[in-house]
Design a protein around this ligand. Structure first.
Ligand code: ATP
Length: 456
């Protein structure tokens, strides 16, 4: 069977991202820095929306999860306790002729794929970025950039337990940058050395872990669906015993069908009591929990859903990408879920005619107080619609000459291309309803469906 791949071409996504200001190669004026990317104006909005959607679902809409923002540089002992100093590594081989280093597991033959040279025996290569704290570069001042946000949560377990008055089961969530000196990077923002994670550590009573593990697998899987990922492009893959870390009691990957095939978006693991027990051992602190109900004291088990911000952003972009025909012209359209769309509404006066400008300016000023809004009066209305379609703006509000008489504007829907006319004073309320999920066709009393183009 041929390996499954997404129908969307990665080149198209990379080029759209550059063209429209979602993502640029980092330090491009200096020739770029391999596998580093900068988020432009639209990419920044999209990324914020993804993180906000996660934070809302995982923290704000629940009573049993609290947030944390721990520092990137932690005490080096934390990484000894977590096992990262000793074993966060990949086996590497080096070509004795051209000195190319590669992951031993990526090799097909036993010679260098670049020059045919002889390879060294595999050696362990630690993936953590090392740096020095303070002015003296000696071993005592070596610190690491965190390779995951999770450990910042474990070392704060006791602080949060004491101050938040939470009882088990409860979770601590964190969004932040992580760094891994990956050997093989690539596929655009899929695997980079600097990336952002959204991690939850959900602490539970041993014995209830299996139930909570299944709960979080479902919860996290549905989060992607609810934000519009197509069901055919998402699946769960259970780790087999050989794949599991020695302490893990179970693990699922949520995988997405990327242009290069199925690959991990997020991992959900049942980590038992490994992390808290390790930190208790290395720090000498008591990290147990006293269960008032049963009178027992124990080390909680932890369920960890761990997602990548950049990887989900890539999946949301690919999934939203579409080409169709609108008004007899082929258009590229990003069908983002309204919650994720970087720009929610564009205000487009029909032309630059000075008679239209005052009303258009009033409308945009009002909308900006409620939504991320763009104003565009350059070029033909058709081209401006195409531009908004290409960046995934769900609604365009058009002001034409009739608007000056009846004080109504036309709202155009990105997906159905349908149009309704609404009084200016109802515009915010209408857009709020549509952006909260009301069908575009649902007709409030004040709206009238228009046929065809706006009044010229
Ligand atoms: P992979 O096997 O793809 O390297 P992993 O299993 O090492 O991933 P985890 O340690 O489980 O990844 O990290 C959780 C999530 O963080 C991943 O599912 C992914 O979304 C994100 N992530 C991990 N490494 C990277 C990276 N180098 N670049 C971008 N995102 C990453």
């Amino acid at each position: 069977m041929a390996e499954e791949k997404s129908k969307v071409d990665m080149e198209k996504i990379v080029s759209l991202c550059k063209r429209r200001g979602f993502i640029f190669p980092s330090s491009e004026i200096y020739g770029g820095l391999g596998s580093s990317w900068d988020y432009g104006p639209l990419g920044t909005e999209l990324k914020r929306n993804i993180k906000d959607a996660w934070w809302r679902a995982v923290v704000q809409e629940r009573d049993d999860v609290v947030g944390l923002d721990a520092s990137i540089i932690m005490h080096p002992q934390a990484w000894i306790a977590s096992g990262h100093v000793e074993s966060f590594s990949d086996p590497l081989v080096e070509c004795k002729s051209c000195h190319l280093r590669q992951r031993a597991t990526d090799l097909v033959g036993n010679v260098c794929p670049e020059c045919g040279g002889v390879l060294t025996e595999p050696r362990q290569f630690n993936l953590m970025f090392k740096t020095f704290m303070g002015p003296v570069e000696d071993d005592a001042s070596v610190v690491y950039l965190r390779p995951e946000t999770a450990q910042g949560i474990f070392v704060n377990f006791d602080n949060i337990l004491a101050t938040s008055r939470k009882k088990l089961p409860f979770g601590i969530a964190q969004i932040g940058k992580s760094f891994r000196n990956e050997i093989t990077t690539g596929n655009f923002i899929f695997r980079t050395r600097e990336f952002e994670q959204m991690e939850l550590e959900f602490f539970v009573k041993p014995g209830t872990d299996e139930e909570w593990f299944n709960y979080w697998v479902k919860e996290r899987f549905n989060w992607y669906f609810n934000l519009g990922i197509k069901p055919d492009n998402l699946h769960l893959r259970q780790h087999c015993d050989e794949e599991l870390a020695h302490y893990a009691r179970g693990c699922y990957d949520i995988e997405y069908l990327f242009p290069m095939g199925w690959a991990e978006l997020e991992g959900i693991a049942n980590r038992g009591d490994f992390d808290l027990a390790q930190h208790a051992k290395h720090s000498g602190r008591n990290l147990t929990y006293f269960d008032e109900e049963s009178g027992e004291r124990y080390v909680p088990y932890v369920i960890e859903p761990s997602a990548g911000v950049d990887r989900s952003l890539l999946a949301f972009l690919i999934d939203a990408y579409d080409e169709d025909v609108a008004d007899g012209e082929t258009r590229v359209v990003l069908r983002f879920h309204r919650e994720l769309a970087p720009i929610k509404v564009a205000v487009l006066p029909l032309s630059r005619n000075e008679k239209l400008a005052p009303l258009a300016r009033d409308v945009v000023a009002e909308l900006r107080r409620h939504f991320v809004t763009q104003y565009d009066d350059a070029q033909s209305i058709g081209r401006r619609y195409r531009r908004q379609d290409e960046i995934g703006t769900p609604y365009c509000a058009t002001i034409d000459f009739k608007s000056l008489e009846d004080n109504q504007v036309t709202i155009r829907d990105r997906d159905s291309l349908g149009q309704i006319r609404v009084p200016v004073k109802e515009l915010v309320r209408t857009l709020q309803a549509k952006l909260s999920g009301e069908a575009f066709d649902a007709q409030p009393l004040w709206a009238t469906r228009t046929s065809g183009a706006v009044e010229q």
